[in-house]
Design a binder for this molecule. Structure first.
Ligand code: GLC
Ligand code: CA
Length: 600
């Protein structure tokens, strides 16, 4: 490590992928690391996120289901991932694809039965894979029994399970509601002559966590799933659960800054948030060997430690939005700057977040999920020339950073954005209701649709691409959302046979992470930070150093690292030919090249 900036005189040859492959293949199993307060299974986990609706349909209704997932467990096992996070599979009218739950203890009928769920859990565990469930408790569906009851009268015991503004006090102080056609978080309910609060659509009323009975009901429901043996929860917008029930007026400055974060930061700073999380930990979480990860909407580097510092006894990890929201222009919908994003700033974001968890707490790393466009389209380059290379480069990033990696199903194939042309092709409430909102306000919907090609959530929700047969082998019926036409070349069947595919690269990267404790626990150090094309960093642990070099651009690039490579071993490279480094010269990288070295 000391030698890192010292010019030296050695030629380093990075052998081709086939070399790396044989090296990797020689190590069969991953070492099992000792559990200690600092070393835990969830820090070592590699989480694979499955969007059940789009993964595999078993009965031809065009909707993915639990039996479909069960039929693909060997595929999942073979990837090497150690945990699966399932998006919500509970009963739901699907206004927001399962994020509007009408019964927390039943399986959505399109997805199967509780018996299917039990089988899935059993079969995952049999393969040594943990199951992380989505926990959606900031809001329910408006079809949930509690809300159906509560909305009938102010004296109904379930009325106080939700937040209301009595109409005799006038119209409620404005707050923004995502997914609302009018952009408002309040909707009037006639039988109670009051407005209910919904931070998301009007079909998703917010639960009143200020009510201890509601909290107890939620905790009971959590125990129900934990007692079945699930291994943890990904907590949907958990940062929003506590509300200032005076509902003060929110300043226009805060309101105007959705993609600069300020209204989500406001929503994430409810007065009793951490009290509720500590109660949840004390009464429920601490009783089980599980992991928890918060969706950290509105959480900043300042507030993050409050959630995940282990001394606070709240949650294990959170995922922030500073990375995935980086580069959006200010405005009410997501729009990318025409010339893309600036890598120097992106490095700053990830480096700053890494430093927050350097000594306390634990982080996460992800580039895509069901709420984001496909990672290769957003952060790499989905043109035919660069799709594979840039996708592998991003996979290298996710699996070499510190923090538990969350990897979204389909990204291992290099699946890319479908880029719908017309509003009629979209299924997502976010896109559809924003379109209506803009139309009603006389805004430019064409510009919005153009922006959505890069940013819409439906880009990540198209069916998983299994093979070249009809509908990519996802369904024999009509898929609920269009299949990306690139499935003829981008699919499991083809990629499994190709040693240089994205799929096989992902597997190798997983093995690499499992073999090197340094990639899990090692300190992260950013190098060459002003470099506009190349992201380079080291991970170090107990005197071992791993160097990671990633070219984020479609051009040759060079680092400003003069390094002593005397004993460097190239662990993996996403190009097939070797990377040559000349004497006393900075390392040269080819377009979208990713290379990982072990230094002694
Ligand atoms: C979270 C989910 C997203 C959902 C929203 C409302 O952000 O990830 O899919 O629409 O919460 O539940
Ligand atoms: Ca089905």
């Amino acid at each position: 490590m000391k030698n890192i900036f010292i010019a030296s005189f050695l030629i380093l040859t990075c052998f081709s992928v086939s070399f790396s492959q044989s090296k990797l293949n020689s190590v069969k199993t991953s070492p099992i690391l000792q559990e200690s307060p600092n070393h835990t299974w969830w820090k070592e986990a590699i989480v694979y996120q499955i969007y059940p609706r789009s993964f595999k349909d078993s009965n031809g209704d065009g909707i993915g289901d639990l039996k479909g997932i069960i039929s693909k467990l060997n595929y999942i096992k073979n990837l090497g991932v150690t945990a699966v996070w399932l998006n919500p599979i509970y009963q739901s009218p699907n206004a927001d694809n399962g994020y509007d739950i009408s019964n927390y203890r039943q399986i959505m009928k399109e997805f199967g039965t509780m018996a299917d769920f039990d089988t899935l859990l059993y079969e995952l565990h049999k393969r040594g894979i943990k199951l992380i469930m989505d926990l959606v408790v900031n809001h329910t569906s408006n079809q949930h029994f509690w809300f159906m009851q509560g909305r009938t009268s102010r004296t109904n015991p379930f009325y106080s399970y939700y937040h209301w503004w009595p109409a005799e006090k006038g119209t409620p102080p404005y707050r923004p509601g995502s997914f609302d056609v009018n952009g408002s978080a309040w909707t009037y309910n006639k039988p109670t002559n009051s407005y209910y609060l919904h931070y998301f659509s009007e079909m998703q009323p917010d639960l009143n966590w200020e009510n201890p009975k509601l909290r107890e009901a939620i905790f009971k429901m959590m125990r129900f799933w934990l007692n079945k043996g699930v291994d943890g929860f990904r907590m949907d917008v958990i940062s929003f659960i506590s509300k200032d029930t005076i509902f003060p007026i929110i300043t226009p400055k805060i309101l105007n800054e959705k993609y600069n974060g300020s209204w989500s930061q406001y929503y994430a700073s409810g007065p009793y948030l951490h009290q509720y999380l500590r109660q949840m930990n004390r009464d429920v979480l601490s009783k089980y060997n599980i992991m928890t990860v918060a969706e950290g909407a509105g959480v900043t580097t300042k507030t993050a430690p409050k959630f995940v510092d282990s001394d606070r006894h709240e949650l294990n990890m959170l995922y922030h939005f500073d990375g995935v929201d980086y580069g959006y222009l200010p405005g009410i919908y997501k729009k990318l700057a025409p010339n893309g994003y600036d890598l120097v700033g992106l490095k700053e974001v990830y480096s700053k977040w890494d430093s927050i968890f350097e000594h306390r707490g634990w982080g996460t790393i992800y580039l895509g999920n069901h709420d984001q466009p496909r990672m290769v389209s957003r952060w790499g380059n989905d043109s035919p020339k660069w799709r594979t290379l840039s996708s592998k480069m991003l996979t290298t990033f996710i699996l070499t950073m510190r923090g538990t990696p969350y990897y979204y199903a389909g990204d291992e194939l290099g699946m890319s954005n479908i880029k719908f042309d017309s509003i009629s092709e979209y299924k997502d409430i976010e896109t559809i209701n924003m379109y209506k909102y803009l139309k009603n306000h006389g805004e430019d919907v064409h510009a919005f649709l153009e922006a959505q090609k890069m940013t819409a959530r439906d880009n990540a929700r198209t069916p998983f691409q299994w093979n070249t047969s009809v509908n990519a082998g996802f369904t024999k019926g009509t898929p609920w959302i269009q299949v990306n036409p690139n499935y003829k070349t981008v699919n499991v069947a083809i990629e499994a046979r190709d040693p240089n595919s994205c799929l096989n690269y992902f597997k190798k990267m997983i093995e690499l992470r499992k073999q090197h404790k340094t990639l899990i626990y090692g300190k992260y150090t950013l190098l060459d930070k002003e470099n506009k094309q190349i992201y380079s960093y080291t991970r170090t642990l107990n005197g071992k150093t791993i160097l990671i070099l990633l070219n984020f651009s479609p051009k040759d690039g060079r680092t400003n690292i003069y390094q002593n490579f005397t004993n460097a071993i190239c662990l993996i490279d996403n190009y097939n030919e070797s990377l040559k480094i000349k004497i006393n010269e900075p390392v040269q990288l080819r377009p979208y090249e990713a290379a990982v070295f072990e230094l002694e």
